[in-house]
Design a protein around this ligand. Structure first.
Ligand SMILES: CC(C)(COP(=O)(O)OP(=O)(O)OC[C@H]1O[C@@H](n2cnc3c(N)ncnc32)[C@H](O)[C@@H]1OP(=O)(O)O)[C@@H](O)C(=O)NCCC(=O)NCCS
Ligand SMILES: CC(=O)OC[C@H](N)C(=O)O
Length: 174
């Protein structure tokens, strides 16, 4: 299969020399990248076989780790997931480069069939943060643990609380 630079960048964010035996989250990221690569194959028997293998691996790893990263969401290179369990990413979400997720994070819609969030680059999500609806999180943001984010977050800002309020907006830190 094609060399996957996004996967190389993911691996570089795991400091352990043996991430597959030390961190369950890397299994979910590997299956996600594998699924994305199946979408780049020429249509035909090979692609159909790989896609079936993807779905089998996706369901097994989703169930074992509690991390759901469907191949239809777009995630930039350098994804890091600390820990595992109850991490659900909406199939239409967009997540930029070098983002960090933790246990309990949801990036999803606010109502059934509603829009999904768009996340910039280098965004750090605290444990159990809930990002809901068709909102935009800018680049270089931090989302506090246990926060429920229902509104846009500008570049460089930190959002905390339920519902989240913006603290440390970029303009304040200059
Ligand atoms: C959001 C976070 C990055 C903010 O860090 P910070 O920029 O250093 O902010 P401060 O600690 O100065 O706090 C600023 C204000 O936000 C509040 N705050 C900080 N984190 C909060 C959170 N998660 N939820 C609600 N309020 C929070 C503080 O109480 C403080 O409020 P005040 O000004 O009314 O006193 C950090 O608190 C956080 O939640 N990190 C997530 C870490 C995590 O998930 N750890 C688990 C590892 S598995
Ligand atoms: C549970 C915990 O504090 O884990 C620490 C880890 N480095 C993280 O950022 O999530």
């Amino acid at each position: 299969m094609i060399q996957d630079m996004d996967w190389e960048a993911d691996l570089a964010r795991y400091s352990s020399s043996k991430p597959f035996s030390h961190e369950q989250s890397i299994w979910a990221i590997w299956v996600y990248r594998f699924g994305r690569r199946t979408g780049e194959l020429q249509p035909g028997l090979r692609q159909r076989c790989y896609t079936k293998i993807y779905w089998l691996l996706f369901r097994i790893v989703e169930t074992i780790t509690g991390i759901s990263l469907p191949k239809s969401c777009k995630i930039g290179p350098g994804l890091r997931i600390w820990h595992f369990g109850n991490i659900f990413i909406h199939p239409e979400s967009v997540i930029g480069a070098n983002c960090t997720l933790r246990q309990g994070v949801t990036i999803g819609n606010r109502v059934e069939n509603g829009a999904a969030p768009v996340i910039g680059n280098n965004v750090d999500f605290g444990a159990y943060a809930q990002i809901l609806g068709g909102i935009t999180i800018g680049n270089n943001c931090k989302i506090g643990a246990m926060s429920v984010v229902l509104c846009d977050v500008p570049d460089g800002a930190t959002a905390v609380g339920a519902p989240a309020r913006i603290i440390h907006a970029k303009s304040e830190s200059i």
